[in-house]
Design a protein around this ligand. Structure first.
Ligand SMILES: Cc1ncc(COP(=O)(O)O)c(C=O)c1O
Length: 335
């Protein structure tokens, strides 16, 4: 899930390091604060949110969303699917909230038939689960006291003309997490937490401090100027440039899925929902198969106790024919 980063982000990261601006306060980050506001104004409408802030990853973004759910809405429980990222359970534990796991359906999405009572709950829906890229039913947004959408992986699809609709419903969430260091092609550590009612959320997650002229919002104190490389990327590529890259990655994943489905030696788990393919050799010797593929090309995931190979389309410059050739060669070697 870690794509290569455009060169303009390295230049900006170097510039950031030389200035060492601190987003904790605008006096210590005159341009970075402005850059963050510009990027948020640019991106938040795609998610139907009013605003938010950058943070160092979606673990922190999820924690921040759930913190707001607890202190702005008074939720007592966090409900998420079995396939939710471990950071959701971690956040519930840190916040002293009960955590309820809901089984997933055959496509890896939260099984709506098995939801508990949500009247006191924060429902966490995942848009692009880590293992399989499944997108939970987003029409469930709004059925709980607070809905947080973990869109760490697939969130940027909102910028794609072709695929934005896959995340319809997300706009009604109370909070959203999006990783910029995944499908927005940023260097680590870069993510966003966004809120529909920004004022109410910020009031719940802000602390005044004697040494600060204004309250510190969110989990982190000092924060880097991660918005600047993203601003540069948005200026360089625009929405269209980002959308083209994301569309290409969806096509790459579909092409690999087609090849897997046509092979006698491979079994596809399901068609990819957000450019993650999960598959295995028909002889089920997944570990040997992965070892036969070029080092680092495939990862693994375990579904219902069985190991599958996993391929994530994260690099828009990938040579998809080479990937397909290598996967097919590894499957033949493994017969
Ligand atoms: C769906 C999902 N949520 C949250 C996270 C955590 O993000 P980070 O590693 O940026 O903290 C990940 C990481 O892979 C993820 O896939």
């Amino acid at each position: 899930m870690d794509p290569p980063t455009p060169w303009i982000t390295w230049a900006m990261a170097l510039w950031d390091a030389s200035l060492n601006q601190n987003l904790l306060h605008e006096v210590t980050s005159p341009f970075a604060t402005q850059a963050e506001a510009l990027v948020l104004a640019w991106l938040t409408p795609y998610f139907g949110m009013q605003g938010g802030h950058f943070c160092s990853g979606s673990t922190i973004a999820n924690l921040t969303g759930l913190w707001a759910a607890r202190d702005a809405a008074g939720v007592k429980t966090v409900v998420a699917s079995d396939a939710a990222h471990l950071s959701v359970e971690k956040a519930a534990r840190l916040l002293g909230l009960a955590f309820v796991k809901v089984p997933v359906d055959a496509l890896g999405r939260l099984d709506r038939e098995q939801l508990p009572d949500l009247s006191d709950a924060c429902l966490v829906l995942t848009a692009g689960t880590t293992s399989t890229g499944a997108i939970d039913p987003l029409d469930l947004v709004g059925t709980a006291k607070w809905t947080h959408v973990d869109a760490a992986w697939a969130g940027p699809l909102r910028l794609s003309h072709a695929h934005a609709g896959k995340l319809d419903g997300l706009d009604g969430a109370d909070s959203v997490a999006v990783s910029a260091h995944k499908w927005l092609f940023q260097p680590k550590d870069s993510a966003l937490v966004l809120f529909r009612d920004l004022e109410a959320a910020n009031a719940a997650i802000s602390f005044g401090g004697g040494y600060l002229a204004k309250p510190n919002i969110g989990v982190q104190g000092s924060r880097s100027a991660a918005a600047i490389p993203l601003l540069a990327t948005l200026l360089a590529w625009g929405r269209e440039g980002l959308a083209q890259r994301l569309d290409r990655l969806m096509e790459v994943a579909d092409a690999l899925a087609d090849a897997i489905e046509s092979s006698d030696h491979l079994e596809l788990w399901n068609r990819p929902q957000s450019a993650i393919n999960v598959f295995r050799p028909t002889n089920r010797q997944s570990d040997a198969f992965i070892q036969a593929a070029p080092a680092g090309m495939l990862s693994t995931c375990v579904l219902e106790g069985e190991t599958w190979a996993r391929s994530v389309a994260a690099n828009p410059s990938v040579d998809v024919d080479l990937v397909i050739e290598s996967v097919l060669a590894a499957s033949r070697a493994n017969v």
